[in-house]
Design a protein around this ligand. Structure first.
Ligand code: ATP
Ligand code: ZN
Length: 293
């Protein structure tokens, strides 16, 4: 049973790249978060739930140990702290906090594939993930573990290559480093404790997870309505991005045309609308979806 009686706990990053989007997700799932005078703990006023605000590195352990029932953390952190003990279950990717763990080198270093790393010193904040990647390729490289500022290691002659998180690549470029290998693609994920909550809270936990899944799947999803000639129905449905079976309805007084309504799970671009129009669609409307379950 989890450690706090009568309340669920969700672990989120206190301050950093994931904090804002994590809070957004919690709020979009219908939880009214109130900031108390305790900086570590935010209360949810409409449910018996607290948000535990901690360093992202602590989140996997808190969730694995049952100190928190749910957590929001990057896959990179989850992978790095993974040990032999009980682990948190990954429920779903959340679509934000995307980044890539990459090996990068200065241009002066000759590079001809992963084997070129053999015998080098590589600086990283992710020694376990990097070690596994190197071992899988039979590369014997030294790993220098740094907590931060990994990108300056080559300039300081601490290492000849680095393995660091990259999103736009601007930091690498600013430090004169070129990305060479992708070690891990990462994004924020929702994780759940292997420790069940007390019986009275199980239903609430399930419902919060379901709502979060709804929030995530409605992100970027659009509701598309259009009119189509019956003869072009198949062609038009094929163009709608990520739509399942659309709803097809008759149009009053028109035997040759129908109305088509569809939930598109992928982005609907202007190009898509132009293709729909070229295929015979008219009166095309694209609407945002607020909630989906
Ligand atoms: P904390 O104080 O919580 O330990 P931190 O400094 O480890 O914070 P942040 O820099 O806030 O962490 O990054 C949190 C997470 O955001 C990363 O672990 C990663 O999953 C994700 N992320 C997305 N883009 C990037 C990026 N360009 N660089 C680093 N992390 C990124
Ligand atoms: Zn951290």
């Amino acid at each position: 049973m989890s450690t706090v009686q009568g309340r669920l706990r969700i672990a989120v990053q206190k301050s950093g790249r994931l904090s804002e989007r994590s809070l957004d997700l919690v709020r979009d799932a219908g939880l009214r978060v109130v900031k108390g005078n305790n900086d570590l703990l935010y209360r949810v006023e409409n449910y018996p739930i607290d948000l535990l605000r901690v360093r992202d590195d602590d989140i996997p352990t808190f969730v694995a140990d049952g100190v928190c029932d749910l957590g929001i953390v990057g896959e990179n952190v989850l992978e790095e702290v993974r040990n032999g003990g009980p682990t948190a279950e990954v429920l779903m990717p959340l679509g934000f906090g995307r980044c890539t763990l990459k090996i990068a080198i200065p241009p002066t270093l000759a590079y001809d594939g992963p084997a070129s790393l053999d015998g080098l010193r590589i600086a990283t904040s992710y020694p376990k993930i990097l070690r596994r990647w190197l071992d899988e390729r039979n590369i014997a490289a030294d790993i220098v573990t740094m907590r931060g500022a990994v990108e300056v290691a080559p300039r300081l002659k601490l290492a000849s290559a680095i393995c660091d998180l990259v999103s736009t690549g601007a930091t690498l470029e600013a430090n004169g480093l070129a990305p060479k290998e992708t070690v891990l693609d990462s994004q924020a994920v929702l994780i759940k404790s292997p420790v069940a909550p007390e019986a009275g809270l199980q239903h609430l936990l399930d419902s919060i997870i379901e709502r979060m899944a709804g929030v995530v799947s409605s992100q970027g999803a659009k509701y598309v309505m259009l009119n189509a000639p019956r003869s072009a129905l198949a062609a038009i449905t094929a163009i709608l991005p990520g739509a399942g079976a659309p709803t097809v309805m008759p149009l009053a007084g028109r035997d040759d045309a129908v109305a088509v309504h569809a939930v598109c799970q992928e982005a609907v671009f202007w190009e898509t609308l132009e293709r729909l129009k070229a295929a015979g669609a008219s009166a095309i409307l694209v609407l945002p979806i607020e909630k989906m379950m």
